[in-house]
Design a binder for this molecule. Structure first.
Ligand SMILES: Cc1cc2nc3c(=O)[nH]c(=O)nc-3n(C[C@H](O)[C@H](O)[C@H](O)COP(=O)(O)OP(=O)(O)OC[C@H]3O[C@@H](n4cnc5c(N)ncnc54)[C@H](O)[C@@H]3O)c2cc1C
Length: 413
């Protein structure tokens, strides 16, 4: 046994965890293991990173951080956590276009599941990937670049194509961001002005427990963009630092109250040195096309009485569409509806089909790294390139050595 995932809701069934320190050693590990799967920083809530064989971490491979000659891209170790990568980027005067709510996750794990932050014009973290080095299950190392045949199928891979060793990412010159929070946004403002609200800053997050109003709105504005609005459709400007979970100390959150700071210290909600979010929790998230967002929000509000007893908080964000086959934002701009559940595993599991049924009419796509109950037929409908991905997975891994029960069920293979 190799322990539990970050949230502790899952004990992996893998027989061992290996951390090779060279590509040659990784090759031997891959050659010897009948069944294997890459493990990142363990932050997924379902068994996507599990196997009944060997888990392989690439965190101990020789570290890599190199900047392209034109300073528009970097190549990094897939096992690097964003929290480590941002130090390298900062020293080079560079930035990623966006980050997730936490910097604790690995690059390889985040891109494999389509992890995203927020922002109308910000694609998922995977959308910044320009090249990948993948060790396929036959032990061969292959380099793939944006524009290569099927590259768009390889980035959000669910860990099903091989072990990603190194990743190239688009970068931009460093920038500063300020966070301005508002409290108690009326639902009517969301209904009437959702597009204006999400366009009011570089990255916008709405936090709610689906009660009388949206409890908090976080505006993350670039210093080189327009300043944040002084008023936000009836919400009240926050006058103290907040945590999305009202009962938690805000000491773990990134600096707010309009104080500008580096991109990496404002785009995530939580600081690297602290436990992000709550810790003992579960998560679920669906992305819906923007033009179905208000209907989807209404559908969740209609079952809020069922969800609330098991919910810590929900977050509503936006994600720009991309071309990646299994990206939850594939080919359409999206609104993401996220649920941070209390650690009530059986009750949450019982609710998941209900939530899935409520959101299915709006072409909702579940986040691959979180908890959901969507059958393979609906997944194939929601992800139009799923069948192409299955064909790709069969080509990369004909003996299904990387498959696990969950991915086999999702992909129908
Ligand atoms: C507190 C918290 C906050 C979160 N916030 C967000 C958020 O803001 N936005 C969001 O979208 N998600 C969020 N997530 C979900 C999280 O980003 C995803 O679950 C992500 O996949 C976790 O990355 P990881 O490195 O822990 O990967 P793991 O959970 O360890 O693995 C995930 C998948 O990646 C594969 N993988 C890992 N490394 C490699 C590799 N080198 N090669 C090939 N495959 C690999 C694994 O096989 C597995 O399939 C959050 C999770 C937590 C716990």
């Amino acid at each position: 046994m190799t322990g539990t995932n970050w949230a502790g809701n899952l004990t992996y069934s893998a027989t061992k965890l290996l951390e090779p320190t060279s590509v040659e050693e990784l090759q031997s590990v891959v050659a010897a293991a009948p069944h294997l799967r890459a493990l990142g920083s363990r932050h997924s809530f379902n068994s996507i990173a599990d196997t009944n064989g060997v888990q392989v971490s690439v965190a101990a491979l020789p570290p890599e951080f190199s900047v392209n000659a034109d300073r528009t891209g970097v190549t990094v170790s897939a096992g690097l956590r964003y929290g480590e990568l941002i130090g390298h980027l900062d020293r080079a005067g560079l930035a990623l276009h966006n980050l997730a709510s936490l910097p604790h996750i690995s690059v390889g794990g985040a891109i494999a599941t389509g992890t995203h932050g927020s922002g109308d014009r910000n694609g998922s973290l995977a959308s910044a990937v320009s090249a990948l080095q993948i060790m396929r299950p036959d032990g061969e190392v292959h380099d793939y670049c944006r524009g290569d045949d099927d590259f768009d199928g390889m980035v959000v891979s669910l860990g099903s194509l091989g072990i990603v060793t190194y990743v190239s990412l688009d970068v931009v010159p460093t920038f500063e961001v300020r966070q301005d929070l508002f409290e108690n946004l009326p639902w009517k403002s969301v209904t009437d002005h959702l597009d204006e609200i999400t366009a009011s800053a570089y990255s916008v997050s709405l936090f709610t427990n689906w009660g009388e109003q949206v409890d908090q709105v976080w505006l993350k504005s670039r210093s080189d963009d327009a300043p944040p609005p002084a008023e936000l459709f009836g919400a009240t400007p926050a006058t103290r630092q907040l945590h999305p979970l009202p009962e938690e100390s805000a000491v773990s959150t990134t600096v707010q109250l309009g104080v500008p700071g580096p991109w990496w210290d404002r785009l995530p909600h939580f600081q690297l040195a602290f436990t992000p979010s709550k810790g003992a929790e579960l998560q679920t998230e669906y992305l819906v096309p923007r033009d179905r967002a208000l209907e989807a929000i209404d559908a969740v509000r209609a079952i809020a009485h069922l969800l609330r007893p098991h919910l810590f908080i929900s977050e509503i964000r936006t994600v720009a569409g991309d071309g990646l086959w299994l990206s939850p934002a594939h080919s359409t701009n999206c609104v993401a509806l996220h649920f941070t559940w209390q650690p009530h595993m059986s009750e949450v599991q019982a609710l998941l089909p209900r939530l899935d049924d409520a959101l299915a009419p709006f072409a909702a796509r579940p986040h691959w790294g979180k908890l959901f109950e969507t059958d393979s037929a609906r997944l194939a409908e929601a992800y139009p390139r799923l069948t192409d991905f299955r064909t790709l997975a069969d080509r990369f891994d004909p003996e299904h050595r990387l498959a696990n029960d969950l991915t086999s069920q999702w992909l129908g293979r």
